[in-house]
Design a protein. Structure first.
Length: 55
């Protein structure tokens, strides 16, 4: 495997769970304000966080 590809895959493997934990642990109101999203459905954020954390 090429060294650059290995670095990219390792960074991707570290970033996806980090974002998943961010979505799972951050209070939902603050998360929506941070992303500037008007939708208040916590189910979509919780499921997105679960998917990203389980990678």
């Amino acid at each position: 495997m090429k060294p650059l590809l290995r670095v990219v895959l390792i960074v991707n493997a570290l970033i996806a769970p980090a974002f998943g934990l961010l979505f799972l642990l951050r209070p939902w109101a603050g998360l929506f304000e941070m992303m500037r999203v008007n939708i208040r459905c916590s189910c979509s954020s919780r499921s997105l966080g679960s998917c990203l954390a389980s990678r």
